[in-house]
Write a protein that binds this ligand. Sequence first.
Ligand code: PLZ
Length: 453
Amino acid sequence: MSSAADIVTETPLGGPTLPQERRLVTSIPGPRSQELIDRKADAVAAGVGHTAPVHAVAAGGGVIVDADGNSLIDLGSGIAVATIGNAHPKVVAAVQAQVAQFTHTCFMIAPYDSYVSVAEALNRITPGDHAKKSALFNSGAEAVENAVKIARKYTGKQAVVAFDHGYHGRTNLTMALTAKAMPYKSGFGPFASEIYRAPLSYPYHDGLTGPEAAKKAISIIEKQVGADNLAAVIIEPIQGEGGFIVPADGYLPALVEWCRANDVVFIADEIQTGFARTGEMFASEVFGIVPDLMTTAKGIAGGLPLAAVTGRAEIMDASHAGGLGGTYGGNPIACAAALAAIDVFENDGMLQRAREIETVLKGRLQQLQAADPRVGDVRGHGAMIAAEFVDPATGEPDAALTAAVAKVSIAQGVIVLTCGTYGNVIRFLPPLSITDDLLHEGLDVVAAALAAS
Ligand code: PLZ
């Protein structure tokens, strides 16, 4: 059996030197993976699911290697986290140096440089040249919770508007902000109060221009919530879990303008879209908007858990001293990883690579769409591209087809993720360290899975 270390191939953007190939030496799951899946069923709470039935032992470049020696093409990056590639050498070196120095003092007890440096970097690279400040947390949901706390404290108002198809996390407040009941919310209520929902711009389905869709949303917000009660609007510039929905041009700028005119904090949730994923450092730049607050996580630290709220200094400073924090927020190891990852994002051609990946993904998926009417829509930016599957006769979402294509692809050694309110979207979120050859091979497998489904 060939092991991960047998063949050494350079990956284009660093990462462990795993052979960059799809290699199936057993069926998926192989016996060792199956053993882990069985132990998981016995030991891990049933609510914690998994997409690919594999026992991961190594990952880098564009592959994940399992305990049976299979090498799977990774088109998901652990949900948009391993954007610079798994175990990127700069992240590994930074983490190793930090872990040997100190592992935790608690930033609220004895502050350290790397937290402040991450805050400075975020203040510099997020959109807008106004004065900014940041605060660091552990997970995306925790960042969203804190953005809402900060906006409420600053405005003295309580209501928060989120959008149809939105996803913001699994904690109590963020479940309330999240749109989809199954699997995220069902049975887990009651949910936080003062959360309202407005319609999104979803060009493939609503046929509205951006300004038309914004007018509709703003009218609902004004009538059902009232600007005088509204602390914040929170939106993903391109929705992630909801189906990689790209709003029509002009939608987001109109919302931002309305927020500015009405003393409402505009929060961009860039947890999935941030850090070069869309071909810009942040998706807000794709739409030419400057959010008041931004939440980030996922790609920020090359796989280490870290999240942030960054925004206008006067808003970020609204909280009394001691009002924000948490034991682990801005953990020194995660901060060291983030500084290394941000260096890679800024200096190693990541924006360019995301744009190249967009060309490959969109080109291939549009070819599929032209040949197969079940591919209803192809959309996205950078290395965040999706295909929406429908019944061509009715235009209705086809979740069964989508699930079948994903399942067959994974069995053939290509990890793809689904998403969408109706479960009828396959999303492509490859690490930017993937080679073009692997990307094409992954798409060949998906195309064959579609043809066979
Ligand atoms: N906001 C926009 O995409 C996390 C969720 C996976 P956490 N998305 C992946 C799952 O099924 O749990 C996400 C996001 C946006 C917030 C979050 C929440 O980030 O780090 O998972 O808390």
